[in-house]
Design a protein around this ligand. Structure first.
Ligand code: HEM
Ligand SMILES: *[C@@H]1O[C@H](CO)[C@@H](O)[C@H](O)[C@H]1NC(C)=O
Length: 500
């Protein structure tokens, strides 16, 4: 065979370029419909990838919102994205069109980290029977351990005692509470998943926490996003292992914990924890290839519950303590309510919450103000939908700006301030708000919400019952405004916990 000469290559090159441009235009043809939300002009192939500040997404998006309005579009290579702002648009998308917006955009690199189509877990599972099965399973298992026997509450109370003891060890000396909060919250998930807790100085535990945090870090940022919109790059041998070493190690660690757990599993006994209940389902599903109950999926589900349930809750608690330092008057009123309703001796219980409107309002306001997942988790349309008069085609990624509801100026009296009165009426009763959606809404809303609420209430009240939280004189020069990032964490700080 004769190779083509230079002159013959030209037509081929020109043809290829025209072909690529046509494919690119096809991806973007929806922008030509007049009812597609406006947005910055995408470049060929890359789209708007270079218009986004991946280090500070919320701030970068703010500019686009002020330019293009509450609903605007972006093109990430071949992926169409629409950002939703405002309570009305969010409610319309998540509640009215709840079924048509319940899909998730795929995360391609997960396939190569051992999360195949039969083991999609929950958080990132495509909308369909496997997701439904696992969501139901987790919700009902949590209910079984949480309400049926009240044991989940006992686990949290027990953990709150350990957390208080660890705080007490630091008496008088300033320390950063974050690692301890991570450990306490991680132990609650461990008790749900494995019916065990780890000692705070256990090296395995410290490693597990380290890997969990590293995994979350690895998945944020430009490179993972870039690999996800150009998935063919993932075929480069060894690349995935290089980019996600933490996630690899995390998966290995989960496998080891599971193997250990299996050695003590007795199928004839009632399940001790979620893993036992899952293993029983795996047995039942043997021979059914459709079932999502298999060992690989157990690993994904467990990994999902760790990663969705850990940092979210501990970050919120860290915000809660920081805000009590910044607002000592609020802290004193919470303590006063604790003293009146629970006293100084009894451990707080969930049943106390109904009689503690001020504390309840403070916790809600912490979540509203902290706004820890400003952009929630992306959704995807599985059908064409109409939203606020715009037409959004099937297969579009939706970014839900939860922050736009939590800080909506038309709803909240002082949206950018920490103001517990947002959740209290004139008589001091607790009031709910539709715009309070830190857990999102609709079919995909946070399934851990009841557990998260229990942890926030019990950890927060136990700590404030025993300690007064403050900072060493003049060491914190805080502002009343949150710091934005992908997950909004408070600025690093140290506190003093003085026994009351
Ligand atoms: C303060 C704590 C928490 C906050 C603020 C929070 C917030 C959220 C948000 C915003 C979503 C995305 C919802 C959507 O896609 O529209 C979510 C999903 C999820 N959360 Fe939470 N979460 C918290 C704690 C927890 C806990 C403790 C668990 C589990 C034990 C958990 C498990 C999940 C799961 C499994 C999903 C995925 C649901 C699905 O895709 O169907 N979360 N959470
Ligand atoms: C989300 O809403 C907040 C508050 O209204 C706003 O500051 C931010 O720019 C919005 N982000 C996006 C991506 O639209």
């Amino acid at each position: 065979m004769r190779l083509p000469t230079g002159a013959e290559l030209w037509p081929i090159a020109i043809f290829t370029v025209i072909f690529l441009i046509l494919v690119d235009l096809m991806h973007r043809r929806q922008r030509w419909t007049t009812r597609y939300p406006p947005g910055p002009m995408p470049w060929p192939v890359l789209g708007n990838l270079l218009h986004i500040d991946f280090q500070n997404m919320p701030a970068g998006f703010q500019k686009l919102r002020s330019r293009y309005g509450d609903l605007f579009s972006l093109q990430l290579a071949s992926e169409s994205v629409v950002v939703l702002n405002g309570l009305m648009a969010l409610r319309e998308a998540l509640l009215k069109h709840s079924e048509d917006t319940a899909d998730r955009p795929p995360l391609h690199f997960n396939d190569q980290l051992g999360f195949g189509p039969r083991s999609q877990g929950i958080v990132l599972a495509r909308y369909g029977p496997a997701w439904r099965q696992q969501r139901r399973f987790s919700v009902s298992t949590m209910r079984h351990f949480g309400l049926g026997k009240k044991s989940l509450e006992q686990w949290v109370t027990e953990e709150a005692r350990c957390l208080c003891a660890a705080f007490a060890d630091h008496t008088g000396r300033p320390f950063s509470p974050n690692t301890l909060l991570d450990k306490a919250v991680c132990n609650v998930i461990a008790s749900l998943l494995y019916a065990c807790r780890f000692e705070y100085d256990d090296p395995h535990f410290i490693r597990l926490l380290g890997l969990l945090k590293e995994t979350l870090k690895e998945e944020a940022g430009f490179l993972p996003m870039f690999l996800n919109v150009f998935p063919m790059l993932l075929r480069i041998p060894g690349l995935v292992g290089k980019v996600f070493p933490g996630k690899r190690a995390f998966v290995t660690m989960l496998d080891k914990l599971l193997t250990e757990h299996k050695t003590t599993w007795d199928p004839t006994q009632p399940p001790r924890d979620l893993t036992d209940a899952f293993l029983a389902e795996v047995e039942k599903a043997k021979g059914n290839p459709e079932s999502s109950f298999n060992d690989e999926n157990l690993r994904t589900v467990v990994g999902d519950l760790f990663s969705a349930g850990m940092v979210t809750t501990s970050t919120t608690l860290s915000w809660a303590l920081l805000l009590m330092i910044l607002h000592p008057d609020v802290q004193r009123r919470v303590q006063q309510e604790i003293d009146e309703v629970i006293g100084q001796v009894q451990c707080p219980e969930m049943a106390d919450q109904a009689r503690m409107p001020y504390t309840n309002a403070v916790i809600h306001e912490v979540q509203r103000f902290a706004d820890i997942l400003p952009l929630g988790v992306p959704h995807k349309t599985s059908r064409d939908i109409e939203l606020q008069g715009f037409l959004i085609p099937k297969g579009t990624t939706l970014i839900t700006n939860l922050s736009s509801a939590l800080k909506d100026e038309t709803v909240w009296e002082r949206p950018l301030c920490f103001h517990p009165e947002h959740f209290l009426d004139a008589q001091g009763h607790f009031v709910k708000h539709e715009a309070f959606m830190p857990f999102s809404a609709g079919r995909r809303s946070c399934l851990g919400e009841p557990l998260a609420r229990m942890e926030l209430f019990l950890f927060f009240t136990c700590l404030l019952q025993r300690f007064s939280i403050s900072v060493p004189d003049g060491q914190l020069q805080p502002s009343d405004h949150g710091v934005f990032g992908a997950l909004t964490t408070p600025c690093p700080y140290q506190l003093c916990a003085l026994p009351r």
